[in-house]
Design a protein around this ligand. Structure first.
Ligand SMILES: Cc1ncc(COP(=O)(O)O)c(C=O)c1O
Length: 392
């Protein structure tokens, strides 16, 4: 048996050790974490709905009717009326024939991989895809290729070289670490030419981008035929939990028959599905929240031009600042925290070497004063921890 301690010690030495904080208040821009009051710039609570009273009430009311748990997998007797209604509502929301609920986004992506990729097939992944999409493509006896980030021409060349019945192209809609948006029109065009199936994980776009928050795929004006597999998560802009895959009837039936992360797991509590139905109603009508979020993004971007860091060209609530080394990212993140500002340092191996970053995320629930305070503190601490080792 391997001794686990040396690897843990090494992680600590390399300053790559991951640790948790305990929240003692609900999710929101101002929280109590480990007993300290902080302003958070790190959640995916883009529309500020995680702590929304209407959604919490819907959850409580449904829990009184349906209980706390589903008690079984969907295919046994855990699939309840609220799950079914939510699937219908998500299908209508995304303009797809059907939608299928999964317990998490990670499981939704894995489910797509297990159901669609068989021996001899090939998965094509953007280099910066989220870990769950990468894991979805790693299947036994399945080819695996990573194309250059957002590079449809590279994908085109790779697709042309591979002969397989199923070519599954997987991409984030909005990239989770960089906040940039995939060139979905170009990718869909390339997939169309090679008879490849395009799967878009819109975890960070759904609820935020496009008309009524329909996401990056809708914003790009792409049809269900052009993007046959659409994944959305419910724990981010929607403020609840879970995920869904939307597509045509054959896709959804295939997932029900063979997605292992759908079949072999307990269904989410029906009350969570009922809460998400309420959330969906709010998300569709939340143009005011989306406009507010855009205003905050613009305010932040106007302020970062002055900073000793490399901003990424992102129009989404994910606004990373590349600062170079893991040490610098950590030092600035720790200095910010000492002032009550929580910004996560993202370090290799999550991102490539020497591109450690401060990953700032914004929420419609932030106030302008929160953003201004962060900008002022960033200015001081980035200057204080100079030695700008940003080389991209
Ligand atoms: C792009 C992307 N896909 C999927 C997931 C996983 O979703 P979930 O948290 O619901 O498992 C995340 C992050 O959590 C993500 O950033």
């Amino acid at each position: 048996m391997r001794d686990l301690k040396p690897a843990l010690d090494k992680r600590r030495e390399d300053r790559l050790y991951r640790a948790r904080r305990v929240a003692e208040s609900a999710q929101g821009p101002e929280m109590v974490l480990d007993g300290e009051r902080v302003i958070t710039f790190c959640s995916n609570n883009y529309l500020g709905l995680a702590g929304d009273e209407r959604i919490a009430n819907a959850l409580a009311e449904a829990a009184r009717q349906w209980g706390a748990g589903s008690g079984a997998a969907h295919l046994v007797n855990g699939h309840a009326r609220p799950h079914h209604e939510l699937e219908d509502a998500l299908a209508a929301f995304t303009g797809r024939e059907r939608a299928l609920l999964f317990s998490t986004g990670y499981m939704a992506n894995l489910g797509v991989g297990t159901a669609l990729l068989a021996r001899g097939d090939c998965a094509f992944e953007d280099r910066l895809n989220h870990a769950s999409l990468i894991d979805a493509g790693y299947r036994p006896h399945v080819g695996f290729q990573r194309y250059r980030h957002n590079d449809a021409a590279d994908l085109d060349r790779r697709l042309a070289r591979v002969e397989s019945e199923e070519k599954l192209v997987l991409t984030d809609g909005v990239f989770s670490m960089d906040g940039d948006i995939a060139p979905l029109r170009d990718l869909a065009g390339v997939c169309g030419r090679h008879d490849a199936r395009l799967a878009v994980d819109d975890a960070h776009g759904i609820g935020v981008l496009g008309e009524g928050g329909r996401g990056s795929v809708a914003a790009a004006g792409l049809s269900a035929a052009e993007v046959p597999v659409l994944v959305g998560t419910l724990g981010k802009a929607f403020g609840t939990a879970g995920a869904f895959v939307a597509g045509d009837n054959d896709l959804i039936e295939t997932l029900i028959q063979s997605a292992r992360t759908y079949i072999y797991t307990t269904a989410t509590p029906p009350a969570v599905a009922a809460a998400t139905l309420e959330s969906l109603r709010i998300v569709e009508a939340a143009d005011d929240r989306r406009a507010r979020l855009t205003g905050l993004i613009d305010r932040f971007r106007a302020g970062i031009a002055e900073l000793d860091a490399e901003p990424i060209d992102s129009r989404t609530p994910i606004q990373p600042l590349i600062v170079g080394s893991a040490e610098r990212a950590l030092a600035v993140s720790e200095a910010l925290l000492a002032e009550g500002l929580l910004v996560t340092a993202i370090r290799p191996p999550t991102v490539p070497p020497n591109t450690a970053r401060l990953r700032v995320t914004l929420s419609a629930a932030h106030e302008e004063a929160h953003v201004d305070r962060l900008l002022e503190a960033l200015q001081r601490h980035l200057a204080g921890h100079a030695g700008s080792s940003v080389t991209l």
